[in-house]
Write a protein that binds this ligand. Structure first.
Ligand code: NAP
Length: 292
């Protein structure tokens, strides 16, 4: 069994990005600039945004954090999005999700100029990804694909089972794993209504779990020599931690790991790659790699 070290891989990629940014700036080019909009004070969102700002520093990017209170109106938020769309100095920006209930998330996502949509959530980016055109790809699935590639884990012709069908993980992951130019695998997607989920997992060469149910994937669901990617990050109470919680994956790691050829830990697997891929998308935005 080999542990897939997302933390180390992300550090390597961030150093590569920094090197490229240094070269761009040395040649008189523009330093990539990422802006983030954070609404309210949700603990998880605060941490994610803080880590994104730190990652920008590590990559040599400029970053701007724009904060609003929970009671911001949808119109005010849309006005901020429009301002960032028209700000030539901002190469890419994100609106940290979730948003308060009174704001229509989809309307906000669709208001973002797709050429600056470094989260890859805009329907134009999702659609272009689905037909294999250059675009911003959602960071978590892109991070998983990158881990598989960097660890030389074969995917072409392999049976890949994805647990979960969300717009930000399961669906784009299935698209990427299926496409010839990326995973080139035979893909099955299971969800809360799937009757044969366990049997599908048992046949899989690669299992990607993204459901948010701690310890859901057990040893009897995984075949010997499989690769298991654990996307789940559920906060469970833990009195021994200063924070009062720890992150738990969807995979019962202790019993599943001995059966695996490769497995990602939680934390330190998929999580660090997600922010790293946001940085890669921001670099691409700065270079106008996909869109002029
Ligand atoms: P989500 O939007 O809540 O979607 C969960 C999916 O899992 C749904 O498709 C749901 O099925 C399915 N599901 C739920 N319970 C199930 C069950 N018992 N059996 C089979 N399928 C079940 O979640 P998400 O946003 O994709 O996130 C999934 C997990 O990944 C969460 O723990 C989240 O925190 C984590 N995550 C981690 C990262 C990272 O960077 N590490 C990034 C994003 C998300 P239905 O569609 O039928 O409801």
């Amino acid at each position: 069994m080999e542990l897939i070290d997302g933390k180390a891989t992300a550090a390597t990629i961030k150093a590569e990005i920094k090197q490229e940014v240094d070269n761009i700036v040395a040649q008189g080019g523009k330093r990539p600039h990422l802006a983030a909009i954070l609404v309210g004070h949700d603990g998880g969102s605060e941490t994610y945004v803080k880590n994104k700002v730190l990652a920008c520093e590590a990559c040599g990017f400029e970053s701007t954090l724009i904060r609003f209170e929970d009671d911001i109106t949808e119109e005010e938020l849309l006005a901020c999005v429009a301002k960032l769309n028209n700000d030539d100095d901002v190469d890419g920006f994100i609106v940290q999700l979730p948003l308060p209930k009174h704001i229509n998330e989809q309307r906000v996502i669709e208001a973002i100029d797709y050429r600056k949509d470094v989260d890859g959530f805009h329907p134009i980016n999702v659609g272009r990804m689905a037909i294999g055109l250059p675009c911003f790809i959602s960071a978590t699935p892109l991070g998983i694909l990158t881990l598989l590639q960097r660890y030389n884990i074969p995917t072409s012709g392999q049976k890949c089972v994805i647990l979960g069908r969300s717009n930000i993980v399961g669906k784009p992951m299935a698209q990427l794993m299926m496409q010839k130019q990326y995973g080139d695998a035979t893909v099955t997607v299971c969800h809360s209504r799937s009757k044969t989920l366990k049997e599908e997992c048992q046949k899989a060469d690669i299992v990607i779990a993204a459901i948010g149910k701690p310890n859901f994937v057990t040893a009897d669901m995984v075949k010997e020599g499989a690769t298991v990617i654990d996307v789940g990050t559920t906060r469970v109470p833990d009195a021994t931690r200063k924070s009062g919680f720890r992150l738990n994956g969807d995979v019962k790691f202790d019993e599943v790991a001995p059966k695996c050829r490769y497995i990602t830990p939680v934390p330190g697997g998929v999580g660090p790659m997600t922010i790293c891929m946001l940085m890669l998308n921001t670099l691409a935005a700065g270079k106008k790699e996909f869109y002029k």
